[in-house]
Design a protein around this ligand. Sequence first.
Ligand SMILES: O=C(CO)[C@@H](O)[C@H](O)COP(=O)(O)O
Length: 218
Amino acid sequence: MKTPIVAPSILAADFANLQREIEMLNASQADWIHLDIMDGLFVPNISFGMPVCKAIRKYAKKPLDFHLMIEKPERYAKEFKDLGASVISVHLEACPHLHRNIQQIKSLGCKAGVAINPHTAVSLLEPIIQEIDLVCLMSVNPGFGGQMFIESTFEKVKALRNLIDSKNAHALIEIDGGVNSANARELVQIGADVLVAGSFVFNAINPHQIIEDLKRLD
Ligand SMILES: O=C(CO)[C@@H](O)[C@H](O)COP(=O)(O)O
């Protein structure tokens, strides 16, 4: 089985000890650091903004994967790029001009991702799948960490894998929400490339071991 990219979500970290948490990830086998930006409008929660991103960037030695759960993300794409973003994902449901958003992110030199909510059909990605570098499949309703994985995500992963392969597209499939040792193996087996894990990593007694286990699923 292929080795997934593991992207711990900093939302579940201890914010009172952010430097320590980032240094823990730097020393771990984590591939990316996932940053959940929530505006209290698109999702019913506010997470953190630019000053915290700046602090994360100061210590992070891994690529930063920004998941923008915000309205009008074009207002901030450049700032996130300047804050070290390697990947910027915007929500299909928040972007009436999604193609333009993708063009903007790519023109900044970042990988462009599109996130879709659990109720959003994979088929809606068909017109833009060849333009994007990553699809973030939400396996919980966005807005909060620590929620239960929604089982119907498995079928969406299969549908997305078929769509990407049938179009000879290159987008990575990222799974976000409720990822743990009970679902990770099947997700990768059916085509997931990137596993985002928040509470499963940061609430663990040994986060290094959890990250290692997510990478070695055989
Ligand atoms: O985007 C989100 C939630 O909206 C996710 O990135 C979660 O923060 C992942 O955390 P866990 O579900 O793994 O705790």
